[in-house]
Design a protein around this ligand. Structure first.
Ligand code: PNS
Length: 163
């Protein structure tokens, strides 16, 4: 497997995602970060453009990593970008059930294989939903997201908390 699609909501990108991206950039020839729609998270805090802008900014140092948005099924995105498979990160056992279900469905529907990276222990407690909650309530998000995008996150979440 040379080219992997790393899909997610990335609402916003966290240091947990960055852990997977850094390791994937070493393990694979090409990594395409795919911003996709998750039916369980219908309303995002950040627009797809904002998510892509943040992703591109914080992955600029990896020449073999790119980011793009896709609509529809993940298996369609895999086909469209010519990836050899899907990459997902697993943080805790709570992730496993849903991830196995998605991986099996994608395999059954389109023969698409999923590779899992175990989250590094120092970031396995981080989730984008907690980052949004902490930012909205005025907490400290340094250490949870890349420093370079803290201002952008607070700009959007601060405005949301005052709305
Ligand atoms: O970061 P997330 O929210 O956990 O990512 C979930 C995502 C976007 C990868 C998943 O919801 C997805 O694959 N969405 C595309 C639609 C799709 O293919 N649904 C069927 C999955 S079996």
């Amino acid at each position: 497997m040379r080219t992997m699609l790393y899909p997610g909501s990335f609402d916003p990108v966290t240091l947990g995602h960055m852990d997977v991206i850094a390791r994937a950039s070493r393990a694979f020839e090409r990594v395409i970060i795919g911003v996709l729609y998750n039916e369980k998270k219908p309303v995002g805090a950040f627009t797809v453009d904002q998510r892509l802008r943040m992703l591109r900014e914080v992955t600029a140092m990896y020449p073999n990593v790119e980011a793009a948005a896709f609509s529809g099924l993940l298996v369609g995105a895999v086909r469209m970008c010519g990836a050899d498979g899907v990459l997902r990160g697993i943080r805790t056992t709570a992730d496993v059930e849903d991830e196995l279900q998605m991986a099996r469905l994608n395999l059954m529907m389109a023969g698409v294989e999923t590779v899992f990276f175990a989250a590094s222990p120092e970031v396995s407690h981080i989730s984008a939903s907690r980052v949004r909650e902490i930012a909205r309530l005025g907490g400290e998000i340094r250490g949870l997201v890349p420093d370079a995008i803290i201002g952008q996150i607070l700009g959007v979440m601060g405005a949301a908390s005052k709305a």
